[in-house]
Design a protein around this ligand. Structure first.
Ligand code: PEP
Ligand code: MG
Length: 369
C-alpha cells in the first residue's frame, strides 16, 4: 500500500492516545475490498455503509450492469428472476471479497437504493446497442425506459420501495450476502454482515422485508448445512417520518444507521444535487450559518436524530445506532453524535483518522461511559 502515514511516529503516538480516550466507534464507508483495506489501514473498526449499487459503476462493471439492465427491462417476474439468477454470482463475489478483507468486523450492506432509471442509458446510440444485446426491439426498450422516468427521482421509486415492488431483488441480494458469509465461515474465516434497508418510512416496510430475509436465511442455512449464520437486520433512518416513528422501527430492527445526507435533504426540502443555485447566497447573507450537508444542523436535523435515538432506545436500550452520511467525517458533527450516545460514525476511508481524533476530543469535552 502506498499510504505510509502509519510509519510516522507522531501520527502513531497520537492515534494510540486517541484510541485510549475515545468511546464512540469509527467505521468506514467502503464499496470495494480496496476501500475496505484503506479504511482498516486508517483504523476503521468496521464498514458502516457498503453501497451495493457501486458494482454497477466504473471499471469491471460491464457484465453485472448488463445483467441489471436485463432485469430492469424484464416484462414478467419470471424474466426478472432469470436475470437476477445470472446477476447473483457477481453480487455474492463483490460482498464476499469485502467481508473477507474485514475479517469478522461488522459490515453494513445496504440493499439497492437508487432509482432504476439511473442504470439505463439515455442516449440513442447506447440504447440501440442495448436493444441489440438484449435481443428486444427499440420500441419496447424505449417504452420501458420511458416508464422509468420520474419527475422527482430522489423521492420516487427507490430504496425499500424497489424491494416492496420487486421482492425478488431483495431475495437475490440477501441470498448473496448470507451465502457469502456462510462460505467464509465454512472455510474457517469470520464474517459479520449487517443487512440494511434504505429509505424506509414505515415499520410495515421493515417487517415486509424482514420476512423475506428470514425466509432466505432459513433456505441458506439448510443448503449450507449450518445451524446459524451470524447477521443483523437493520434500517437506515433517513426520512423524517422514520425518525419520528423510531420506537416502532426499533421493534423490528437490530440497528439504526442515520443517513444524514437524505435526512438533511428531506428535512430542509433542499435537493442535495441542486444546492449550488441558492446555498452560496444563503451562506453570504448568513441565512444559514453553514452548509447543512457538510456539518450537521443540530437545531433541526440533529433534533430528529436525538429524538429518534431516544425513541428507539426506549424500546431497545442497547439498540446499536450509527451514522453513515457525509457528516460522519466532519469533526463538529462527530462531537455532536458522541453527545447523543451513538455507537459509531462512519465516513470515507481518508477521513477516518479525523473522525477518531474528533471522537477522542468529544470524550474529553463531554465524558460518556
Ligand atoms: C444518506 O442518505 O445519508 C446516505 C448515506 O445514503 P446516500 O448518500 O447513498 O443516499
Ligand atoms: Mg440515503
Amino acid at each position: 500500500m502506498d499510504i505510509d502515514i502509519k510509519k510516522n511516529k507522531s501520527y502513531k503516538d497520537l492515534m494510540q492516545l486517541v484510541d485510549k480516550v475515545k468511546v464512540m466507534g469509527v467505521r468506514t464507508n467502503a464499496e470495494t475490498p480496496e476501500d475496505a483495506a484503506h479504511g482498516l489501514h486508517f483504523g476503521a473498526e468496521g464498514i458502516g455503509l457498503f453501497r451495493t449499487e457501486h458494482m454497477f459503476y466504473g471499471e469491471g462493471s460491464e457484465e453485472p450492469l448488463f445483467l441489471l439492465r436485463k432485469m430492469i427491462v424484464s416484462k414478467t417476474e419470471q424474466e426478472r428472476r432469470e436475470a437476477l439468477d445470472e446477476l447473483y454470482k457477481y453480487v455474492k463475489k463483490d460482498i464476499k471479497d469485502t467481508l473477507l478483507v474485514m475479517k469478522g468486523r461488522p459490515v453494513t450492506i445496504r440493499l439497492l437504493d437508487p432509482p432504476l432509471h439511473e442504470f439505463v442509458p439515455h442516449d440513442k446510440d447506447k440504447l440501440k446497442q442495448l436493444s441489440k444485446e438484449l435481443g428486444i426491439s427499440m420500441g419496447m426498450l424505449n417504452r420501458r425506459v420511458l416508464a422509468l422516468h420520474e419527475n422527482n427521482p430522489m423521492l420516487g421509486h427507490r430504496g425499500v420501495r424497489l424491494g416492496i415492488s420487486y421482492p425478488e431483488i431483495t431475495e437475490m441480494q440477501v441470498r448473496a450476502i448470507l451465502k457469502a458469509a456462510a462460505e467464509l465461515i465454512k472455510a474457517g474465516k469470520k464474517a459479520l454482515p449487517e443487512i440494511m434497508i434504505p429509505v424506509t418510512c414505515t415499520v410495515n416496510e421493515l417487517s415486509h422485508q424482514k420476512e423475506i430475509v428470514y425466509k432466505v436465511y432459513k433456505e441458506v442455512c439448510e443448503k449450507m448445512k449450518m445451524k446459524s449464520i451470524p447477521y443483523l437486520y437493520g434500517t437506515m433512518i433517513e426520512t423524517p417520518r422514520a425518525a419520528i416513528r423510531a420506537e416502532h422501527m426499533a421493534n423490528i430492527a437490530d440497528f439504526f444507521s442515520y443517513g444524514t445526507n437524505d435526512l438533511t435533504q428531506m428535512s430542509f426540502g433542499f435537493s442535495r444535487d441542486d444546492i449550488g443555485g441558492f446555498l452560496p447566497k444563503y451562506l453570504d447573507l448568513k441565512i444559514l450559518p453553514f452548509d447543512p450537508f457538510q456539518t450537521i444542523d443540530r437545531d433541526g436535523v440533529g433534533e430528529l436524530v436525538m429524538d429518534g435515538v431516544q425513541r428507539g432506545r426506549k424500546i431497545k436500550p442497547k439498540l446499536k445506532v450509527g451514522i453513515c452520511g457525509e457528516h460522519g467525517g466532519d469533526p463538529d458533527s462527530v462531537k455532536f453524535f458522541h453527545k447523543l450516545g451513538l455507537n459509531y460514525v462512519s465516513c470515507s476511508p481518508f477521513r477516518v483518522p479525523i473522525a477518531r481524533l474528533a471522537a477522542a476530543q468529544a470524550q474529553i469535552e463531554n465524558p460518556r461511559k
